[in-house]
Design a protein around this ligand. Structure first.
Ligand SMILES: [Zn+2]
Length: 255
């Protein structure tokens, strides 16, 4: 019953929020960028549950406040990889994320494919976002490149800024899938334990509408919810931390 009530509260806020969100800001179906394979970030046993880091990219958006309500109700600490331009527009949501114990990390200023930028532009994307997030009280530790697209120079530049490039291990593909069952089908593959770094986007109303059910089911399957920093501290990556990118993903796969 509590779950039903929560869903009702979440869904009730969606129509108004959706109207306020220009469609071009949805980094999903319209962007055709060749992204990259994620690094090995999944350290649980093949069938055993373990640490689960729930991450939300591309916000804050008009639905993010509803998501924060839900995370509080579920007592889940999440990690938000925000865009500088969106944080600038909704600074109070970023402050609220921090105040409520979530992690706020750097996802660039306006979501470019960083590989296509020259050095000065890369630095601007990272540093302008860093400056804004720090002014709001965040202490970013990670940089997640848009579309998961990076190269070795970007990893080096992020390190100069005190940031580690980090991707995810299980992609919900929530730009394409919208129901609880579909999303869980992507992040909880058959015969795999519930663990890893899960990728979602808080700019999609369908994602936020489904999240109560997803979080409930992850908890039932034994997830221990952690932030990405907690996940990384408990699971050191071997060097090199990220593979060199040679295998393109399908052009339709965007993050
Ligand atoms: Zn993104």
């Amino acid at each position: 019953m509590r779950r039903v009530l929560l869903m009702a509260v979440v869904l009730a806020g969606l129509p108004l929020a959706a109207r306020a969100w220009p469609s071009w800001l949805s980094f999903g179906e319209t962007n055709k960028v060749v992204a990259t394979p994620p690094p090995p970030l999944d350290f649980g046993g093949p069938v055993k549950a373990g640490d689960c880091a729930v991450t939300f990219d591309d916000g804050p958006g008009p639905h993010t406040g509803l998501l924060l309500n839900l995370l509080t109700a579920k007592r889940v600490k999440a990690t938000f990889f925000v865009l500088g331009e969106h944080a600038k527009r909704s600074p109070d949501l970023v402050r609220r994320m921090i105040a409520e114990g979530h992690e706020v990390e750097n996802h660039s200023w306006d979501h470019p494919d960083m590989r296509k930028l020259d050095e000065a532009a890369r630095i601007k994307e990272i540093e302008a976002t860093e400056a804004l997030l720090k002014s709001l009280g965040a202490e970013p530790r990670f940089f997640r490149p848009p579309y998961g697209a990076y190269d070795s120079a970007l990893i080096a530049q992020a390190r100069k800024n005190g940031l580690e490039v980090v991707l995810w291990s299980r992609d919900s593909e929530d730009w394409r899938y919208h129901t609880v069952a579909q999303l869980e089908g992507k992040i909880l593959p058959a015969s795999q334990g519930a663990h890893g770094v899960f990728l979602f986007h808080d700019i999609h109303d369908s994602t936020i509408g489904a999240m109560a059910g997803v979080l409930d089911d992850l908890a039932i399957k034994g997830c221990r919810f952690v932030t990405v920093a907690e996940y990384r501290d408990k699971n050191p990556l071997p060097e090199p931390r990220l593979p060199q990118l040679t295998v393109p993903r399908p052009a339709s796969a965007v993050q």
